[in-house]
Design a protein around this ligand. Structure first.
Ligand code: MLT
Length: 411
């Protein structure tokens, strides 16, 4: 008899975006003529930029020739990409990293989901609430929690509420925690932390022997000065933080798959007997065993993101999405809604009108305006009464969605 991992049974029926897709598809079945605009899942709509495409074409040719063909790549990624990451994303901000501290992967989602594996099952996990569901769900799967309570919270998890009252800024936990997930610019709220705020978390982690798992997938969308792009801009972070970055939102790689994770050799965790071990070594061991790397063609495409043409082209696309964010922001403010985010992130977080439940607002928006968004409650109990829209649509769809919200929605 094969037994299952019963921790999976603690999870709600489906992953948030799968549930949304199910509801939209059922609506589409009943209303085949409806012209649906999707501003729900944060998936990009602009194609890969020419610099990336031509680098990938060239890499395809490399694969066709015995002299330049590549089989299995190096475990942590090709040097040509790792060196660009270090040079352009970190050295340019005064952060120095060793080549063996960068791990190229097929996505920040998989890295952030898998990273918890190298920690003890007994660690206490702290999460901001609302939160990108992957951090929570993977810790539930790993058995680090009890059951889901009536209040929408899993036993054993320390929730750090982020809401209108605290300006969506988490406060330090009152009880001791071991693993802390932070994501800034934040998904879903679209808000950021100042360097001084981030420093409080770094200090907490160092004082308590905790590790910060910092998801920085949206850093390219920061438009305001003085907002940290990397946690390593904060003194002491090299001793306590892992950073996840992705080419998905940076350069349209959601379907192409490439990301990287920084694991400084100075981040340590202990055995129960008190012996310190570098997480870098454990993560390398994990990846070498379970992962065979990102295709050469894709890594060449990612390398081209750092070329002068690549940089100019991706900046233009990011500016395009951020102009969408402004259209959503201004339009919804005009419609009388309360809006957060969308200034340093491609996400807009809005308070549902008349204290409407998030899923009720989802249905209303879908039925009355044929616009899809993401219910805030899907990101955690503190997301109840909020709703997320993304700026990743086309200009035309974004304008049309706002127009429909203003004219068709009865609020
Ligand atoms: C989101 O919509 O929250 C993101 O697209 C999810 C992801 O990047 O996996």
């Amino acid at each position: 008899m094969a037994f299952i991992n019963e921790d999976y049974l603690k999870l709600p029926g489906s992953y948030l975006f799968a549930e949304i897709a199910k509801r939209v598809s059922s609506f589409k079945n009943d209303n085949p003529e409806a012209d649906i605009i999707r501003l729900g899942i944060g998936d990009v709509t602009k194609p890969l930029v020419p610099a990336v495409i031509s680098a990938m074409h060239k890499a395809v040719d490399d694969m066709a020739c015995a002299e330049t063909f590549r089989g299995y790549g190096p475990d942590q990624g090709y040097d040509f990409l790792i060196q660009k990451v270090i040079e352009c994303d970190y050295k340019s901000r005064g952060i120095s990293l060793g080549e063996d501290e960068v791990f190229i992967s097929d996505g920040a989602k998989s890295d952030v989901a898998n990273f918890q594996e190298i920690f003890s099952g007994e660690n206490i996990v702290a999460l901001t609430d609302p939160v990108y569901p992957v951090y929570l769900d993977t810790n539930v799967m790993a058995g680090r929690t009890g059951n889901l309570g009536q209040d929408g919270k899993f036993d054993g998890i320390v929730y750090l509420p982020c809401n209108g009252e605290n300006n969506f800024t988490p406060t330090l936990p009152e009880s001791k925690v071991d693993m802390i997930y932070l994501c800034f610019p934040n998904n879903p709220t679209g808000l950021t932390l100042s360097k001084a705020e981030l420093k409080k978390w770094v200090d907490y982690a160092r004082e308590n022997g905790a590790v910060i798992l910092f998801d920085s997938a949206y850093e390219a969308y920061i438009t305001e000065p003085d907002i940290p792009h990397s946690i390593y801009e904060v003194d002491g972070a090299r001793e306590c933080a892992i950073e996840f970055r992705s080419f998905s939102k940076l350069a349209g790689f959601t379907g192409t798959r490439c990301a990287y994770t920084i694991v400084p050799k100075t981040v340590m965790a202990k055995t129960k007997g008190g012996e310190s071990h570098p997480l870098n070594k454990l993560w390398n061991r994990r990846q070498a065993t379970k992962f065979n790397g990102v295709p050469y063609i894709v890594q060449r495409g990612a390398e081209a993101v750092y070329s002068p043409e690549g940089q100019a082209q991706i900046k233009e696309i990011i500016a395009y999405y951020m102009a969408n964010a402004k259209i959503i922001r201004d339009g919804l403010v005009e419609a009388g809604l309360q809006i957060y985010g969308g200034v340093n992130a491609p996400y807009l977080w809005l308070k549902t009108p008349n204290q409407m439940d998030s899923w009720d607002f989802f249905d209303k928006l879908l039925h009355e305006a044929n616009v899809v968004g993401t219910p805030g409650s899907g990101f955690g109990p503190s997301g109840a009464g909020y709703f997320r829209l993304t700026a990743f649509g086309s200009r035309e769809n974004t304008q049309e969605a706002i127009n429909r919200i203003k004219t068709r929605l009865s609020i």
